[in-house]
Design a protein around this ligand. Sequence first.
Ligand code: UD1
Ligand code: CA
Length: 462
Amino acid sequence: MKCAIILAGGKGTRMRADCPKVMCNVLFKPMISYVGDAGKEAGAQDICVNTGYRHEEVEEYLNGEYSGVKTALQSPQLGTGHAVMQAGEFIEQHLEDDILILNGDGPLMDAETINKAYSYHKDNENSITLISAIVDDTDGIGHIKRDENGVLLRIVEHKDATEEEKKINESNAGCYWFNGARLKYALSNITDNNAQHEYYLTDCLEILINAGDNAGAYIVENSEVILGANDRRQLNILNNIMRKNINEGLMLNGVDIPCTDGVIIGKNVKIGNSTVIMPNTIILGNTTVGSGCTVGPNTYIDNSTVGDDVVLDNCKITDSTVENGVDAGPFVKVRAGSVLKKGVHIGNFVEVKNSVVGEGSKSAHLTYIGDSDVGSNVNFGCGTVTCNYDGKNKFRCKIGDGAFIGCNTNLIAPVEVGELAYIAAGSTITDDIPGKALSVARARQVIKEGWVDKKKPYKEKK
Ligand code: UD1
Ligand code: CA
């Protein structure tokens, strides 16, 4: 069985963040979520996360997103080896298993790379297999030291390295496969005899080699996967790489992104082929977009389901469902709990909140549909407002199929408009309207002939 330990205890001083480092976001999701996903995708059936600095925040996040994940608290934080020691109970349960250890601040490490390293680990019957990469920037890395024949010797942390060792450009990724029992053995032999007076997990390599165990390094082809972030500048680099990888993956699957400027798409987003994503479009969360759509420019979608052949132009859509053939925008906001059924058209400056808008209904301009159940083929005149809030409570409006709502209507909720009913423009509707009835709810127009000459309301011109 495969299991995993994820290191997430560090403070990340250089981030200057208000949260533990692993909770800093890449593409609007904490770094640790990518690491957790990679571990799961690589087949880890049991996962233990080492928490430390502001551990409650990490635990709360894990409980929400990864139920079943175990945690082990490290306090104080005395290094990566010390962190893994805190998972002693977990290791004890997995002495016979293959244990994957991942740095929580390396969100680009992917399951494919981890799996390749696993095959290498098993094929060579290793006790430890680490992942490494040849890098340009050697500052701050763990240098992989080999003898003149290329045989692994140990990992030298940058702060402990001699000038000569600092030139070694093979970097430790912070991602390892261990045999459970041999991990336990190695941990019991780590000391803090180094420049930082920390217990380095990386010392396990030399300890196991000295014990006569098989050890190996799986060198990745693409060194980007080992990048981590210690400060905001590096976080931005990770964001850009992740963004590029996701966009390119989508393009290879037939999504058309003619210009990637401002196009940010989250890792869990699914988009169908022949959908065009226009500039400045952000799509996040568990969002699905169908095929043949045009999304953007300037559109934001979070946690929503969008069907096929949908046009979303300058829209903001959150926690909602947009069915096939909907045409929305420009300047539309669809808030949580809304469903726009097939073929709905909502146009400029229309807001929909917690409402169902039935098939083929239209609201072309300047309308607020809140807490409402709207039937099919309803026509909203310009400036319709559902007055859903009395300052204390919210109420719903119900609008029957085929109703015609004149411009500038106020619907004072709770109120029901019957099927095929008509509302005269400018009405303020407080009472239910039966089906097929006309409702006029406004003062009659009064005309006072010659009033201006009599009253002289304007300043007289000289
Ligand atoms: C570590 C490796 C280094 C490797 C690099 C790759 C060690 C000693 N060094 O260095 O060889 O090249 O990762 O990115 O392991 N953490 C804890 N408790 C602690 C200290 C750290 O949980 O006491 C966690 C951090 O939250 C982080 C991870 O361990 O997620 C790595 O710690 P960090 O301090 O960033 O290690 P590096 O200096 O980057
Ligand atoms: Ca790091």
